[in-house]
Design a protein around this ligand. Structure first.
Ligand SMILES: [Zn+2]
Ligand SMILES: [Zn+2]
Length: 265
C-alpha cells in the first residue's frame, strides 16, 4: 500500500496532464469532434501557450510553497497537527478538505472582480474540448497555489497529500472539458460522488445562473451542501461568455492581456 502511495505521489502532475490531454484530444478527433484538425489547432496552441506561462509561475512559486509547508509542519499548525488521527485517515480526510477549500476558491473566483478577471479566461472559451483544460491565465497559478497552501495550513496537511489530491484530480479535470457527453447512467451513479463532466460543462454555460453554479472540482458534495448545484441537458449549453464571443477576443494575446482590460458583462 505504501509503495502504491509512493508511486502515485512521485508522478509529475504536468507530465500526467499532458499525457491524458494528448490521449483525449486524439480520441476526440477520432470519435467525437467533426471539426478538422486544422481548425482545432489554433485553439490547442493558444491554450498550450497559456499553460506554459501557468507552469512557469507554478515553478517560480514552488520554493515559497515548500517553505510554507515546512513552516506548518515545524510549528504544528492546523487541525490534524493538533489531534491524533492515523496517517491513512489524515490522507483521506485531507483530500476532502483540499477539495472543499478549492470549491470556495473557485466560488471566490466568480465573486471577486479581480479574481474573475483572471478566471474568465477559462470561461471565455466558446469551443469546449480537452484543450480547454490548459486554458487558464498564467496568473491564475497564484490563486491556485494560495488555495493549496491555505488548505495545508488550516488542516495541518503535508505536501504529499496535496500532490495526491492533484494526481487524482487531473484525469477528471481533463475529462470535464473533453468533447464527450456522458450517458445518463454515468451521472446517476458516479455523479452522486464526483463532479461529472456533464455537471462541469453546465458551469461553462453562458447564462449567468449556470456559470455561477457547479463550482466543485473533484467531489459534488460541496455544491449540494452549499446549494450551488444546477442541472440541465448538455445539449442546451452555449459555451463561453457573451462579452468574449467575437473571434478577436479568442486569441492568445487578447486572452493574456484581458485581465488588465475593463470588459463589461
Ligand atoms: Zn469557474
Ligand atoms: Zn472548466
Amino acid at each position: 500500500m505504501e509503495k502504491i502511495f509512493q508511486f502515485i505521489t512521485n508522478i509529475n502532475p504536468d507530465i500526467l496532464m499532458a499525457g491524458i490531454l494528448a490521449l483525449l484530444f486524439s480520441f476526440e478527433q477520432l470519435f467525437a469532434n467533426v471539426k478538422s484538425l486544422f481548425k482545432r489547432t489554433p485553439h490547442l496552441t493558444g491554450s498550450i501557450f497559456l499553460q506554459l506561462g501557468y507552469v512557469a509561475i507554478n515553478y517560480g512559486l514552488a520554493t515559497l510553497v515548500v517553505k510554507c509547508l515546512n513552516w506548518t509542519d515545524a510549528n504544528k499548525i492546523g487541525l490534524f497537527n493538533n489531534i491524533h488521527v492515523p496517517y491513512y485517515l489524515k490522507v483521506i480526510l485531507g483530500i476532502f478538505c483540499i477539495d472543499m477549500v478549492s470549491y470556495w476558491q473557485h466560488r471566490l473566483n466568480h465573486t471577486w472582480g479581480l479574481f474573475w478577471r483572471l478566471h474568465r479566461v477559462h470561461h471565455s472559451d466558446t469551443t469546449m474540448d480537452s484543450a480547454t483544460t490548459y486554458r487558464f491565465h498564467p496568473l491564475d497559478a497564484v490563486l491556485d497555489n494560495v488555495a493549496g497552501v491555505t488548505a495545508v495550513v488550516l488542516f495541518g496537511l503535508d505536501g504529499t497529500i496535496l500532490v495526491l489530491w492533484l494526481i487524482l484530480y487531473i484525469p477528471l479535470l481533463v475529462l470535464h472539458h473533453s468533447d464527450f457527453i456522458m450517458p445518463a447512467w454515468f451521472d446517476k451513479t458516479f455523479g452522486k460522488i464526483i463532479v461529472s463532466p456533464n455537471f462541469h460543462k453546465i458551469h461553462h454555460h453562458q447564462e449567468q445562473e449556470y456559470t455561477d453554479s457547479n463550482y466543485g472540482l473533484m467531489f459534488i458534495f460541496w455544491d449540494k451542501l452549499f446549494k450551488t448545484f444546477r442541472k440541465i441537458p448538455v445539449t442546451e449549453i452555449k459555451y463561453g461568455l457573451k462579452e468574449f464571443d467575437e473571434p478577436t477576443k479568442q486569441t492568445f494575446w487578447f486572452l493574456l492581456k484581458s485581465p488588465f482590460i475593463n470588459i463589461k458583462k
